[in-house]
Each structure stands twice: as structure tokens, then as C-alpha cells.
Design a binder for this molecule. Sequence first.
Ligand code: ATP
Ligand code: MG
Length: 192
Amino acid sequence: MRIGLFGGSFDPVHMGHLLAASESADRLELDEVHFVTAARPPHKRPVASAEARHEMVVLATAADTRFRSSRLELDYPGPTFTVNTLRRARRLWPAVELFFITGGDAYRDLASWREPEALVALAQMVAVSRPGYDLLRIDPFFRERVLTLEIPGYDISSTEIRRRIAAGRSVRYLVPYEVEVYIAKHQLYRAD
Ligand code: ATP
Ligand code: MG
């Protein structure tokens, strides 16, 4: 069994996330990709609640048999550090081959990771290419330890999606239809 964990604040989840997860699953022959919504990411303050972000992930992942929505980081207190998440995952699935997937932008700064040595021992860390970010700019510590994957990319971010909604613009084709409807129903990210 090969499981990929794809961590993010998913504020909201978008097509760039889904494409990255799908390409990683294909290329690494993963049986499952678990989207792990960060309850309290240490480096930023999400706009939507953790439960709302997780519900959007549930909607976005429902139709793909490889995808799971995970509460691994939601049901634990305190800030969300990846190393602790991986320790819990290891305890849950001792025999599984574990991968932790992020966009290449995540590894530029070693200081933003807690216990990097432990981190790379717990799972195979994977960096997927992301438009606008150079995979070669990965921190030297991670360069030898992280598997890099060049994938087709969408040049979109949750920040850009929140900006568009605040400006009253469409996010059609940037997020799954179900997520677009959820955002409208719950009036998320609006300027008023
Ligand atoms: P924000 O603008 O709020 O930071 P984001 O679009 O970067 O949002 P995150 O939830 O921060 O989304 O990202 C979760 C993971 O997905 C990170 O590892 C990030 O690198 C990766 N990722 C985000 N957008 C893309 C994309 N367009 N292509 C590839 N990877 C992406
Ligand atoms: Mg981000």
C-alpha cells in the first residue's frame, strides 16, 4: 500500500491542488491521496473556518476513487506541524509506504519546517512543480532528500481565488463546481 498525504490550508481547495494530487498519484503509483486540511497552519491565518475548508475538500475529492479527505490535522489541538502529522500517520499505518506531497514553493525555506531531519525520515517528501516557482530554488538540505516531480500546472492560488471573490469576479473552472456553489451558499471570501 502506497499512501500520499497532501497537506494544505485549502482556503479554498482549487484545480491546481486536484491536478497536483492526481499527477502525483499517477507518477508515484499511489493507491490513495489523502487531502489533509491544516487546522491551524503555523505560517498564516486562514480566512474560512477549518470545518468549512474541510467540507470543501470533501466535496472536491468525492468523485475520485483515489482521493480521500482527511481529518488527521483537524481533530488535534495546537498548531499544525507536518512532522507531528507524519508521526500520527506512521502510528496509524505502520506498514504503509508514506509520501508527503507539497508544491515546490514549500521547500524554499528550511526554517519554516519543524524537525526537518525527523520529517524526511518519516516519509518520502515530494515536491511538485508549481507555475511561478522554480523547483531548483529548493533549500540545499531538502534538495538531496526531496523527490521532485515536473507536472503540468495551473497558475492559480487560493489567494487569487479569494481576491476574485472579494472583487465579485467569477472563479468558474478554477475550483470544482461543488466548491463554487458551497462558497456562494456560505458567502465565503466576500468583501462585504
Ligand atoms: P494560498 O494562496 O492561500 O497560500 P495555495 O494556493 O498556495 O493557497 P495551499 O493550501 O497553501 O494553497 O497549498 C497546499 C499545497 O498545494 C502546497 O503544498 C502548495 O505548494 C500546493 N499548491 C497550491 N497551488 C498549487 C498549484 N497551482 N500547483 C501545484 N501545487 C500547488
Ligand atoms: Mg500556499
